[in-house]
Design a protein around this ligand. Structure first.
Ligand SMILES: Nc1nc2c(c(=O)[nH]1)N[C@H]1C(S)=C(S)[C@@H](COP(=O)(O)OP(=O)(O)OC[C@H]3O[C@@H](n4cnc5c(=O)[nH]c(N)nc54)[C@H](O)[C@@H]3O)O[C@H]1N2
Ligand SMILES: Nc1nc2c(c(=O)[nH]1)N[C@H]1C(S)=C(S)[C@@H](COP(=O)(O)OP(=O)(O)OC[C@H]3O[C@@H](n4cnc5c(=O)[nH]c(N)nc54)[C@H](O)[C@@H]3O)O[C@H]1N2
Ligand code: SF4
Ligand SMILES: [Mo]
Length: 669
């Protein structure tokens, strides 16, 4: 199917963002000239973020990969010294290497490396999954993001749809817990404002004074990683003061007594000390939450990115149950809405019983894994050097001369520089995609807006061709967009409707009320406040608090939240200015650091050199460098990820980026 040459096309944005905007893409003579929001997905309300309005700059950027590339003979890994190759040569080379490794060392010597947050159903877990399953490759656990939040929300509620974001306008109290929607999901902000205009109160829990925190009635600037004791103290207080909704719990939940027992050690005074807050502030929050309805809790991903991540999210999501906040419009919680649609996977064949490597420990796996050693790494839908923890270890792993690395991407990323073969990928404007929102309650299908640039190809086509070349094709395979659409939605009729309308809403409708229209999708439709499987999984029981990892030599907590300029590391080529370390003026003064000074930030894992920005909105003791930075953003090419440990959350194998503990000094002092 050829893309139209001119016109304004109804499309959607599949980038890793809760909002999944519906777009108007204007194409003139085969070139994208304008991208804006429309109203098709109601959450979009006709506007979009600056990143996607300017997305054509990414599509047509000079660093865009337009042809396959093969590493120059004799050049060093990481030197980015490539020669242009044909698709036929590149794919023949890859297929030959994958085949010989599978035959000689076993399929587990091959590791696919992806996260796929900006990819929909067509470009992640489609023909790529079929290829790697049929090769018997090692599997990758997607631990980078949402592993802990998913385990907690599925464990407690079976992935029940959350409060639709527009329904926050009906709340009398909004709790924004560890998310910064001004950067990470802008369409939520107006609903908060509308509620506030109608008299609702706003509470924000974040170590930084975000824009929403500055506009809030109560800001709890807790220490990073201490959400768990705070939430447990709220539970204890609710039970102790007779404000727990025992009738609701008896009817709709299991494990309330056990949760109460596990929360018992956490008095407000003790939590206040651990969280670094005044006890009165926590008590004020507790009262406000207990006494106000409807109360809506928007939980973000900030609380999951540390050693207590999974327990913390579970304890937070248990609050509306214990406080009896469900059953009214604007009451309950929202985490991810990614499970609102019952959808089939593109590839249903079972995963082989091969080993699983956690993406958070990629560097360690590349350097230390044996029996068999990882001999081929196939990177796509990810930029591991920029986004995975323990960057120096990842770098040493990618620098292995005996590792065969393929990087399939749209632009020359830091990771792609380490490849043996680079493959050029299409952007969402050049391929078809099907995307299920994780904030928006909508499923959207969009065809390509323009022809692929240069020789760029879509994931589904490239992996399907590798399947063919390796002789792994099966008669039932259909990795064409319409074939995959049919598989995912389950019938020709539903596929035709989606292909012509471009959008569908979930069976629960656009405005479900929790415990009226939607219920827990657990086996008995009850909330599991202490899910047995989660409880059994960790080294310690669920809700056991693990202490701050700081030591005397590394006293500062380094957090790396999202910036409005990037999506994870995507679009990093467009951000050309150096990026700072943000530090509180008190912490700066104690170290003789002034605005703009070059500073060294280090711990046992690595070191970053960049300039300092003094920011009084940070909690003292907390420093910040944004997530997703590239090597060109700092003076020594290292980023926050060089300081992020490859340790895991208490269960679910999640990332602990915000457990980085560091010291900072002025360069030259
Ligand atoms: N512009 C833009 N939008 C994005 C992204 C992006 O990179 N750029 N990324 C997308 C992706 S992949 C995701 S997962 C989402 C993430 O969306 P958010 O949940 O908003 O994620 P973060 O920016 O990582 O963190 C949110 C807030 O948590 C705070 N925080 C850090 N540690 C803690 C803690 O221990 N407890 C509490 N309570 N707060 C803490 C941070 O200061 C930050 O303000 O956004 C998506 N949207
Ligand atoms: N320090 C720190 N690091 C973090 C985090 C943090 O909080 N702190 N948070 C993490 C989070 S929330 C996430 S989700 C991860 C994300 O980590 P990654 O998944 O690595 O995310 P991106 O940086 O967006 O990388 C996606 C890459 O895939 C490419 N790509 C996009 N679409 C396609 C396609 O169709 N085909 C192919 N072949 N390539 C494509 C993009 O160009 C981009 O280079 O990062 C994590 N990294
Ligand atoms: S990144 Fe988010 S806000 Fe921006 S266009 Fe895409 S879905 Fe909308
Ligand atoms: Mo993420």
């Amino acid at each position: 199917m050829r893309a139209p040459v001119s016109g304004t096309l109804e499309r959607m944005c599949p980038l890793d963002c809760p909002d999944t905007c519906s777009l108007d893409v204007t194409v003139e003579e085969g070139r994208v000239t304008r991208i804006d929001g429309n109203h098709k997905n109601p959450l979009t309300e006709g506007y979009i973020c600056g990143k996607v309005r300017a997305y054509a700059e990414h599509v047509y950027h000079p660093t865009r990969l337009l042809h396959p590339l093969v590493r120059e003979l004799g050049s060093k890994k990481g030197a980015a010294s490539f020669r242009q190759a044909s698709w036929d040569e590149a794919l023949a080379l890859i297929a030959a290497r994958l085949r010989s490794l599978r035959d000689e060392r076993g399929g587990e010597s091959i590791l696919p490396c992806y996260y796929g947050g900006s990819n929909g159903k067509f470009t992640q877990d489609s023909s790529d999954a079929a290829l790697f399953r049929r090769l018997g490759a090692s599997k990758m656990h997607r631990g980078l993001c949402a592993a802990a939040t998913t385990a907690a929300s599925v464990g407690l509620y079976g992935g029940m749809p959350g409060i639709p974001l527009p329904d926050y306008a009906h709340a009398r109290l909004i709790v924004v817990w560890g998310t910064n929607p001004h950067a990470t999901g802008i369409h939520f902000v107006p609903f908060v404002r509308r509620a506030q205009a109608a008299g609702a109160k706003l509470v924000v829990l974040d170590p930084r004074a975000t824009k929403l925190a500055l506009a809030s009635d109560l800001h709890l600037a807790l220490r990073p990683g201490t959400d768990l004791p705070l939430a447990l103290a709220l539970h204890r207080w609710l039970f102790e003061t007779g404000r727990a909704d025992l009738a609701f719990l008896a009817r709709h939940a299991r494990g309330a007594d056990e949760l109460r027992r596990r929360a018992a050690p956490w008095t407000i005074a003790r939590a206040a000390e651990v969280c670094g807050l005044e006890p009165q502030v926590i008590e004020r929050f507790a009262r406000l939450y207990a006494e106000t309805s409807p109360a809506a809790l928007r939980c973000g991903w900030g609380p999951e990115r540390n050693r207590n991540g999974c327990s913390a999210i579970a304890a937070i999501l248990a609050l509306p149950a214990v406080a009896g906040k469900f059953g009214v419009r604007g009451g309950g919680y929202t985490m991810s809405n990614g499970r609102a649609f019952p959808l089939n996977p593109v590839v249903a064949e079972p995963e082989p019983a091969t080993r699983t490597i956690n993406s958070n420990q990629l560097g360690r796996a590349l350097l230390e894994q044996r029996d068999p050693e990882i001999a081929a790494l196939f990177v796509y839908n990810a930029n591991p050097l920029a986004t995975f923890p323990d960057q120096e270890r990842v770098r040493r792993g990618l620098a292995r001369e005996d590792l065969f690395t393929v990087v399939f991407d749209q632009v020359m990323t830091d990771s792609a520089r380490f490849a043996d073969v680079v493959l050029p990928a299409t952007t969402f404007l050049e391929h078809a995609e099907l995307r299920n929102g994780y904030g928006a309650l909508a499923l959207q299908y969009a065809e390509a807006s323009i022809e692929p640039l240069g020789e760029a190809r879509a994931n589904y086509a490239v992996f399907a061709e590798l399947i063919e070349r390796l002789g792994l094709a099966r008669p039932e395979d259909d990795f064409t967009p319409l074939g995959m659409l049919r598989t995912v939605v389950g019938s020709d009729e539903a596929a035709r409707a989606l292909a012509s309308d471009g959008i569908a809403f979930p069976p629960c409708g656009e405005h479900p009320v929790q415990f009226v229209d939607v219920f827990p999708r657990t086996s008995d439709q009850k909330i599991q406040l202490v899910p047995a499987s989660l409880d059994a999984e960790g080294e310690q029981p669920l809700y056991a608090y693990r202490d701050d990892p700081a030591d005397a030599r590394h006293p500062l907590a380094l957090i790396s939240p999202a910036t409005e300029k990037l999506i994870s590391s995507s679009l990093g080529e467009l951000l050309t200015r150096a990026q700072p370390l943000s530090i509180h003026p008190d912490d700066a003064q104690a170290r003789g650091i002034s605005e703009g000074d070059s500073v060294r930030i280090w711990n046992a894992l690595g070191e970053v050199v960049t300039h300092a920005h003094l920011d009084p909105r940070l909690r003292p003791g907390v420093v910040q460098m944004n997530k997703g930075l590239w090597s060109h953003h700092t003076q020594n090419g290292a980023t926050a990820n060089a300081l992020a440990p490859d340790t895991l959350t208490d269960r679910a194998g999640g990332a602990c980026f915000n457990d980085a503990r560091v010291e900072v000094a002025r360069v030259g002092s």
